[in-house]
Design a protein around this ligand. Structure first.
Ligand SMILES: NC(=O)c1ccc[n+]([C@@H]2O[C@H](COP(=O)([O-])OP(=O)(O)OC[C@H]3O[C@@H](n4cnc5c(N)ncnc54)[C@H](OP(=O)(O)O)[C@@H]3O)[C@@H](O)[C@H]2O)c1
Length: 349
């Protein structure tokens, strides 16, 4: 097949491209600022025809000839491009994640190319409880502009392309076996701020939970759906549930790490924090605030119909694996001093 992958240089996009090339497809990769493809392992991904473009622009910012060629030739589009970091202006999420999806739908609609749309499990917003793959608009409130923009994109997909498959990853983390991750973003930033004690108390609940999914599992499911179409279906690409209690317990296993204290959200007041801690809270950790309160479990009945989908039973083990790798890579923690260094530190020579 001839397949266009948007966001091809991204964490998920590059892993998807590598699998599609391996499966002998002809792959076009829409790239934006970053114009090289690096797999999660750090190795280059070769064999992809790279096409610079911008999903915020009509016809993806492509010249007429390139747009026409893609519209004529492409059998399938994997739409993975998005703004994924938190704390950016609402207009940017709307332009890239929502309007960008409308532009991709226009290309897909030209000759009825298949579409696999990469969304997020968190389009469910702040609803608690069991979240079904079949559920989309439940009048939910969103935790941030990212979630809202991805929800609106899914609405557009369901309206314009009833046969599209929507894949909803949860929080994408390092590889399942090794914990290796190409870059430390989102949850890794949270782990860093908490384990270094930059923020010591957070408003949340011990039984709140997030779902972590290894990047290789997400890419494998997408590559699987390329081969085994699932028209009209939505699949939760989820991994394992990690509660805030698990988070504290796992951080406590590392001698140099600090462990956050949870306070009832109703009594938390950022104003009572010291200047530095308040700055870390307000500028960084508060972007993730609602995730410390949510009690969500993602049902994956439809995803389970795919061989590549692997539900991981042990959340703490998966968390340990990604923390171990972040420590090995030097992102988290600092090595404990040797005896000589420790004695020198307290004035003993
Ligand atoms: N990472 C997660 O935890 C997670 C969780 C759930 C769902 N998802 C979804 O999975 C998909 C892939 O995420 P990811 O983790 O691979 O994100 P990522 O590493 O941030 O990659 C996103 C890609 O989109 C590209 N992009 C951004 N703005 C663009 C524009 N205007 N035009 C064209 N391309 C643009 C970026 O290119 P430049 O960097 O060059 O601008 C980047 O290559 C996204 O749809 C995301 O919403 C991710």
């Amino acid at each position: 097949m001839k397949i266009l992958v948007t966001g091809a240089a991204g964490l998920v996009g590059a892993e998807v491209c590598a699998r599609l090339i391996k499966n002998n497809h002809q792959v076009y990769g829409l790239v934006h600022h970053v114009r090289t493809l690096t797999a999660n392992s750090g190795r280059p991904v070769t064999g992809v025809d790279l096409i610079p473009g911008d999903v915020t622009q009509p016809r993806l910012g492509l010249d007429d000839a390139t747009w026409r060629k893609l519209a004529d030739e492409v059998d399938l589009i994997v739409h993975s491009a998005a703004i994924t970091d938190f704390g950016r202006p609402r207009e940017l999420y709307q332009a890239v994640n929502t309007t960008g999806t409308a532009h991709v739908l226009e290309l897909a609609g030209f000759k009825n190319a298949r579409l696999i749309h990469v969304s997020t499990a968190y389009v469910c917003g702040e609803q608690d409880g069991r979240i079904l793959e079949t559920s989309l608009d439940a009048g939910q409130r969103f935790g941030n502009h990212y979630e809202e923009s991805k929800f609106q994109a899914e609405l557009l997909v369901r309206k314009a392309a009833t046969e599209a498959t929507v894949i909803r990853p949860s929080v994408v983390v390092g590889a399942a076996r090794t914990g290796v991750v190409r870059e430390f973003k989102n949850i890794y930033v949270v782990l860093k701020l908490l384990s270094e004690g930059r923020v010591t108390s957070i408003p949340g609940h011990f039984d709140a939970c997030v779902d972590l999914v290894p990047v290789d599992h997400v890419a494998a499911l997408i590559a699987d759906v390329v081969e085994k179409p699932a028209p009209g279906q939505t699949l939760h690409a989820v991994g394992s549930t990690v509660s805030m209690r698990h988070l504290s317990d796992v951080l406590a296993e590392y001698p140099s790490f600090r462990v956050p204290r949870y306070v009832a959200p109703a009594t938390f007041s950022a104003a009572s924090l010291g200047d530095l801690e308040r700055a870390y809270w307000e500028r960084m950790l508060s972007l993730y605030e609602s995730y410390f309160r949510r009690r969500q479990h993602f049902d994956d009945t439809l995803a389970a119909g795919f061989r590549s989908h692997k539900r991981l039973s042990n959340g703490p083990d998966q968390l340990r694996k990604i923390v171990d790798y972040a420590v090995r890579a030097g992102y988290l923690g600092s090595p404990l001093p040797g005896v000589a260094e420790a004695l020198a530190g307290v004035g003993v020579r």
